[in-house]
Design a protein around this ligand. Structure first.
Ligand code: ADP
Ligand code: MG
Length: 618
């Protein structure tokens, strides 16, 4: 397959254009490239700094800022400042309801199974759009620093990211105008940055310890023939350097006998303390005492006390390492290398405790907050075919997927996946009693299947009658080394199944593949906004269906006025669905949802009390 990319400014194809590596982090993001001397280098555009805080601020006037400037609003304008968006990427509200309090901005929960949205002012944003804003900033900084268009990238994700989180990351890249050549695991990238796994003859088992701002994860990887296999991952999604800062603040509050509830109200002071705590923590990398004042508050701390403050947190990460080893079925002696990743591994106590646990020196020569991006740049260089010593494995030139609600393409095997490969996903029905499910298989990069190439279509017949959403239909794609794609569909509750085979590369030329790739980049903006509109509409249609069914079945438990208001709101939603305005649709869904939520709760009470009387309601 030819490697092409498109210069968005001129529309022309470029053969030797740069490919950057991007670490899209929860706390900080950054971009790296391979310099003319063939060394990976992080980009520091116009001295703005290498790390771009993953924070987006929306001003009332509609200005959007990303990075350090946005970070300043975290405490002073929290409702309009989005941080930690990576935690929401590819997530449904069900996934996050337990830690909803963590977010200072509004996370919308109108449909518990669909992906979350964020409301800022009266606009709705998906985590994909917000991540795209961060990626766009990185792209622009790279273009400015390198004085060349940057259209292709490798982006890293945590090893534990599932399929939908990876797809969301790809979509964010596309929306930012980047052709995402590959999604790479963060621990794999870190390993490459240390040159581990570059030699195809080496076989190694490594541990990658990653302690960032708000998250901790440890991965055990096995490297064989240049292939990285994740043996296990472990961690804590709410443990990181921020906890160290909080421990310091709590210590100062206690020492100065401050009133915590007063402090929360004084945002300016809270912000100053937070900054001072982080600054002090970092200072311990090269000094042993901090002694400063904010107003009349003494901010004093020595390194030993700091170590005591964070000891239990660090101990928790060591417990995770032990669990990761156990899950991989290994012991400490099986580990050949330990790599330190994430800004918080600069803390001396962390390094010593990790080295003690694994009974070996750890790799910490590279900047821990830069290694992932550096490794991503190396992976990009390998994909560009610039490293002759490394063999490029066969890959699928175009994504393979199926059609879902509203004519959208749902990618199952992303382009550039190594062959052979298999992947699958579970689907369900949208109508009560649905007996057949049409499965249409497509190839291509566009969001709407009608713009892609149809490979096959078949019906999964004989699904026994069940309410909408009940059947579990597993669809699996198996692409073998000869390029034959086997598609299997099976309804798990009944065992009904169906299977077909196609050869995706049959009847398509390299030129056509190039054209399809080019179209996907030039239409990215349009495609994504169409996708979002269709998703909003589908969600709205489902809401109408559910509410109307609810009224039919349970009308008896509602007041007449409630029924008519609900019906009115349903009618408004029906009208709005054809408006083509995504935000308006979301707003109307939200409104209907808010209004009807108490009914469902009331019904629960009725259900419980009738159950106690020995009756049951439908
Ligand atoms: P993420 O991967 O979550 O985006 P990073 O790897 O950039 O995050 O890590 C950010 C964290 O690293 C922050 O909590 C920051 O305070 C911490 N950090 C940065 N430098 C140091 C240092 N010198 N000592 C201790 N912690 C540090
Ligand atoms: Mg990170």
């Amino acid at each position: 397959m030819a490697k092409v990319s498109i210069n968005l400014a001129t529309g022309s194809l470029q053969k030797d254009e740069i490919i950057v590596g991007i670490d899209l982090g929860t706390t900080n993001s950054l971009v790296a490239f391979i310099d003319p001397d063939k060394n990976p280098k992080v980009i520091n555009d116009a001295g703005k700094g290498v790390l771009v805080p993953s924070v987006v601020h929306f001003s009332e006037a509609g200005d959007i800022t990303v990075g350090n400037e946005a970070k300043e609003y975290l405490i002073t304008d929290p409702q309009n400042t989005v941080f930690s968006v990576k935690r929401l990427l590819g997530r449904s509200y069900n996934d996050i309801e337990n830690y909803e309090d963590f977010f200072s901005y509004k996370v919308i929960d109108d449909n518990t199974e669909s992906l979350v949205k964020i409301k800022v002012g009266d606009k709705f944003y998906t985590p994909i759009e917000l991540s795209a804003l961060i990626l766009k900033e990185l792209k622009e900084r790279a273009e400015h620093a390198l004085k060349t268009p940057v259209n292709r990238a490798v982006i890293t994700v945590p090893a534990y990211f599932n399929d939908s989180q990876r797809q969301a990351t790809r979509d964010a890249g596309k929306l930012a105008g980047l052709d995402v050549l590959r999604i790479v695991n963060e621990p794999t990238a870190a390993s490459l940055a240390y040159g581990i796994g570059l030699n195809p003859d080496e076989t190694k088992t490594i541990a990658v310890y990653d302690l960032g701002g708000g998250t901790f994860d440890v991965s055990i990887l096995q490297i064989q023939n240049g292939i990285f296999e994740v043996l296990s991952t472990n961690g804590d999604t709410f443990l990181g350097g921020d906890d160290f800062d909080r421990a310091i603040i709590d210590y100062w509050i206690e020492k100065n006998q401050l009133d915590k509830s007063e402090l929360i109200k004084n945002r300016e002071l809270a912000q100053q303390l937070r900054l001072k705590a982080e600054e002090s923590k970092k200072a311990f990398s090269h000094q042993s005492l901090v002694n400063e004042k904010i107003g009349d508050i003494w901010c004093t701390l020595d390194r030993n006390t700091f170590n005591e403050l964070i000891l239990t947190k660090v101990q928790q990460t060591i417990d995770c390492c032990r669990n990761a080893l156990r899950d991989a079925g290994l012991t400490i002696t099986d580990i050949d290398e330990v790599i330190m990743v994430g800004g918080s591994t600069r803390t001396a106590l962390v390094k010593t405790m990790v080295a003690e646990f694994f009974e070996r020196p750890v790799h910490d020569d590279l900047n821990p907050d830069e290694v992932v991006a550096l490794g991503a740049a190396i992976q990009a260089d390998i994909l560009a075919g610039n490293r002759r010593d490394i063999l490029l494995l066969d890959v699928t030139p175009l994504s393979l997927g199926i059609e879902t609600m509203g004519g959208l393409m749902d990618v199952i095997i992303p382009r550039n996946s190594k062959v052979p490969t298999k992947a699958g996903r579970q689907y369900t029905t949208s109508i009560d009693g649905q007996a057949n499910m049409k499965i249409s298989v497509y190839q291509g990069e566009r969001d709407l299947v009608k713009e892609n190439r149809k490979l096959a279509e078949f019906d999964l017949k004989g699904i026994p009658g069940m309410p909408a959403g009940f059947p579990k239909v597993d669809i699996n794609f198996l692409l073998n080394a000869d390029g034959i794609l086997k598609i299997q569909a099976m309804e798990l509750r009944s065992g009904v199944k169906q299977e077909v085979e196609v050869t995706p590369t049959y009847g398509i030329t390299d030129d056509q593949v190039e054209q399809m790739l080019m179209d996907s980049i030039t239409h990215a903006q349009d495609d994504v906004s169409q996708r979002m509109l269709i998703e909003a509409r589908t969600e709205g249609e489902q809401m109408v269906y559910t509410v109307e069914r609810f009224l039919q079945k349970n009308g008896a438990y509602l007041e007449i006025a409630e029924i008519s208001t609900t019906q009115q709101k349903v009618n408004t939603l029906k009208e709005v669905l054809s408006s083509g305005e995504k935000d308006l649709i979301h707003k109307t869904i939200d409104d209907l949802n808010e209004y009807t939520r108490p009914f469902a709760e009331r019904l629960m009470d009725v259900a419980i009390s009738t159950a106690m009387k020995g009756k049951s309601i439908e």
